[in-house]
Design a protein around this ligand. Structure first.
Ligand code: 6PG
Length: 240
């Protein structure tokens, strides 16, 4: 596990964008598509807004990039609570990425069916059959002050999901229906990056990294073969 502590959220965002670019170029140089999954919430927005700016707009091989979501709220894409809708405004609308390489989560009920449909979309993109776990090049996560990550909230049964790649849940803030990746997908990524900023995250980050509190969902972020990097600003990393 790597812990990178930056002076401020802007510098932390640049670090995240550099990792995005590096992973994309690495996949491209091996003549492979680059598969990345983004989280929502407020933290990743500074990074996302860098991706349609130089140097990233030019140096990321967008034509070989596929963007998925780790989780999303089951709301219309125009709703400010939509993680996809927010990312679309923050950079996707201006990045030269093929439209069919952007994979928003469906939001219409029934949500279990939507979860299955998204799992099928992932399997089709990775050209894998049901039962195979896709290996994303890069997955960005956040962490809530309750220790949740993605939309995997404390004391919920989905924390133990071993088969499904995508499940539907209800929870979080806003308290709505959501689709979320499960830990088998997350932990099979080649590189998992957790982004967190601000003093309100310092305690939960200490409880995960130092105390290793088993009750916290973020404690289950544990790459099978890949790498885990925490990118924190000084405030979020203050108790480490
Ligand atoms: C979501 C996110 C969620 C987020 C954390 C941190 O859809 O809500 O994926 O897991 O990463 O809640 O959110 P902030 O960055 O807003 O603190």
């Amino acid at each position: 596990m790597y812990i990178i502590i930056k002076n401020n959220p802007d510098h932390a965002a640049i670090e995240g964008a550099e990792i995005f670019k590096y992973a994309a170029v690495k996949a491209f140089s091996s003549r492979r598509n680059f598969f990345v999954a983004l989280s929502g919430g407020s933290t990743p927005r500074i990074m996302n807004r860098l991706l349609d700016q130089p140097p990233f707009i030019k140096e990321i091989p967008w034509k070989k990039t596929h963007i998925f979501w780790v989780d999303d709220r089951c709301v219309d894409y125009s709703d400010p609570a939509s993680n996809y809708g927010t990312a679309k405004k923050d950079f996707i609308d201006r990045a030269p990425i093929p439209e069919n390489h952007v994979h928003p989560m469906p939001f219409d009920p029934p949500h279990d069916k939507a979860a299955k449909a998204y799992q099928n979309e992932i399997e089709k993109s990775f050209n894998i059959t049901e039962g195979t776990i896709p290996v994303f090049d890069l997955i960005f996560l956040g962490i809530g002050t309750d220790g949740h990550t993605a939309s995997l909230f404390p004391e919920t049964s989905v924390l133990d999901e071993k088969e499904k790649l995508i499940v539907s849940v209800k929870g979080g803030n806003p308290y709505v229906n959501r689709l979320t990746m499960t830990f088998p997908v997350i932990n099979h990524a080649k590189h998992i990056v957790v982004l967190a900023n601000g003093k309100k995250k310092a305690e939960i980050i200490k409880r995960v990294i130092i105390d290793k509190d088993p009750l916290l969902p973020a404690q289950r972020i544990n790459p099978v073969n890949g790498k885990l990097t925490w990118i924190l600003d000084k405030e979020a990393g203050a108790l480490l």
